[in-house]
Design a protein around this ligand. Structure first.
Ligand code: ATP
Ligand code: MG
Ligand code: MG
Length: 551
């Protein structure tokens, strides 16, 4: 078993509870429905839902839907499915920041009445310029001293749709000279004449992330508002709102380091580009680091959760997690839990010349070598078989313990055979091998000689044809988006998908969508959840057999 890594937030909450400073904890997972969730989100899901689970609290699923132009119902549906698939349950109904738009608007009016917010007519570019830089303080907007009445009136008319997008914003009046730029009169509302997936055409103004987030937490009674480190500089603003509004609760923001993983992008925007450009077959392409992509690839919920335990939770930013850890998590799960089967990826016909036509034997073979509960599978043996082309070499190097002219090999679960003749087609390619069986080798070693190699095979008479998709990393370099301005598409792996027309043993014929197998000597595979539902037999390679993760 792999130990879990430290999780400082879990330790902190445990201490709070032991000291009697925390009672029931409430967390939330707050995705913006502008794309599918990726493996980085899985870290946040496991953290937020995991803490609630562990400490008997609640975790809310809340859509942070303050930017309607980029959001869609389809993303909402996908996100709900991903969270459920990971095995988590949100407390109560799904929530939306947009549920609180009326309250947020009332709080904006409250700030205006207190002289703590104003409507600004500067353009977005001017606002940026007036805001100053890290080394230079900002300058006040000429509209900063508007009266309460004028501000209330203008906000109402912004809401009613009287002004164009970009024409006005509502800003908090905090401190244009603050060393923290987030406190230099941050924007509370923008004008957007956009249709919203939840609120329809009711609103012409939408709250900013900063104005919506902490207040939504407060409304929901969130105790620990956990987010990634980019928001550390926003914490003073998060607290300013809570201190200056009559909110019903005071949640606390805690930041942790986001997940970055080698050979992988963890940005919805960039993943969306791969989808929009047709580089992958949709958000759930098995090469995508999305939760739905990992699902289709063959990851189990348990393996993703285990991976998130393995990587731990810290405040140390900048590290790259090795994707080999993710592969290790799924491999060890499937090693224990996936039934075995034989499947030949690149079939080469073998005719056993001393087996009679029509002859058939059936071996009863364990579904799993260590788990009797998985029962037996029936593996037929006949005169004509398929083996993998890779298991034959006409002129083998010295230690090639597989099949070669005049050389012997054991067929897994069956006899030792010898290759007597190589039949070629017109182009000189090996078309067929003619071999003979040593019938005295079933379940025992041959007399007087050692046969080292064991290869997998299927009966040609009974084999089921199937498509097997071999996936590899989408990118050739560890950090495809390392250089901000460079095009990460330049680093795409041209061999991230290879398709084989394979032959599988008959036990695979009615594999259910999403059932997982170890193809012996080959790797772990999962029946494609879409293709197999349409009556085709398609298997996706989840991961190879060899573990390269150094513990
Ligand atoms: P992206 O940059 O990919 O669009 P995001 O942070 O904008 O991601 P949200 O939908 O806002 O996406 O994220 C929902 C939650 O998931 C947030 O709390 C966010 O901090 C967390 N999250 C997003 N990416 C990661 C990551 N790589 N590692 C850990 N948590 C993440
Ligand atoms: Mg976001
Ligand atoms: Mg983002």
């Amino acid at each position: 078993e792999t130990a879990s890594a430290p999780n400082f937030i879990r330790n902190q909450i445990r201490d709070e509870i032991q000291a009697g400073r925390s009672d029931k904890i409430v967390t939330r997972f707050p995705p913006e429905p502008n794309g599918f969730l990726h493996v980085g989100h899985a870290k946040s899901i496991c953290l937020n839902f995991g803490l609630a689970e562990q400490f008997g609290g609640d975790c809310h699923l809340r859509f942070d839907d303050t930017n309607p132009a980029k959001e869609e119902q389809a993303y909402i549906d996908a996100i709900k499915e991903d969270v459920s698939w990971l095995g988590f349950e949100w407390a109560g109904e799904v929530r939306y920041a947009s549920d609180y738009f009326d309250q947020l608007y009332a709080w904006a009016q409250h700030l205006i009445r207190e002289g703590k917010a104003y409507v600004d007519d500067l353009s977005p570019d001017e606002i940026r310029e007036y805001r100053g830089t890290l080394t230079e303080p900002g300058r006040p907007s000429p509209w900063r001293e508007r009266s309460v009445e004028e501000n209330l009136d203008l906000l109402e008319r912004m809401r009613a749709g009287e002004f164009n997008e970009g024409g006005k914003v509502l800003r908090a009046k905090i401190d244009m000279a603050s060393p923290n730029i987030n406190l230099r009169d941050p924007i509370l509302y923008r004008i957007r004449h956009a249709h919203h997936h939840q609120t329809g055409d009711k609103w012409k103004i939408y709250p900013s992330y900063d104005f919506a987030h902490g207040q939504s937490d407060a409304i929901e009674g969130v105790t620990h508002s956990i987010c990634t480190l980019e928001f550390e500089d926003h914490r003073p603003l998060y607290e300013w709102f809570l201190d200056n509004l009559p909110v019903p609760a005071k949640p606390r923001q805690i930041e942790f380091a986001r997940l970055n993983m080698n050979y992988t992008l963890t940005s919805k925007r960039k993943l969306k580009l791969l989808v929009d450009e047709g580089i992958v077959d949709g958000w759930d392409d098995p090469r995508m680091p999305t939760i739905s992509g990992m699902r289709r690839r063959g990851y189990t919920p348990a393996s993703v959760r285990k991976f998130c335990e393995m990587i731990g939770v810290t405040r140390a930013d900048g590290g790259l997690v090795d994707i080999a850890m993710l592969y290790h998590a799924i491999r060890s799960d499937l090693e224990d839990n996936a039934p075995r089967a034989m499947c030949v990826l690149n079939p080469l016909k073998v005719v056993l010349t001393n087996v009679a036509e029509g002859h058939e034997e059936v071996y009863e073979v364990p579904g799993h070598p260590a788990r009797e509960g998985m029962g037996l599978r029936r593996v037929p043996f006949t005169r004509e078989l398929y083996i993998d082309r890779e298991d034959f070499m006409e002129e083998p190097p010295k230690k090639f313990f597989r099949l070669a002219p005049g050389q012997e090999v054991r067929l897994r679960n069956s006899y030792v055979i010898r290759c007597d003749e190589v039949v070629k087609d017109d182009s000189g390619e090996v078309a067929e091998l003619r071999c003979s069986v040593d019938f005295d080798t079933l379940g025992k070693n041959p007399e007087g000689r050692k046969v080292k190699g064991v290869i997998h095979w299927v009966s040609a008479t009974h084999a089921v044809p199937m498509e097997v998709r071999l996936y590899d990393n989408l990118f050739l370099v560890e950090q495809p988006d390392k250089d901000k301005d460079a095009d990460f598409l330049e680093h795409l792996n041209p061999e991230s998908l290879k398709v084989c027309q394979a032959m599988g043993e008959p036990s695979l014929a009615d594999a259910a969508p999403e059932s997982r197998f170890q193809f012996e000597r080959v790797g772990y595979f999962c029946a494609d959840r879409h293709a197999c539902r349409d009556g085709k037999l398609v298997f996706n390679r989840t991961v190879g057999l060899k573990d390269s993760w150094a513990k």
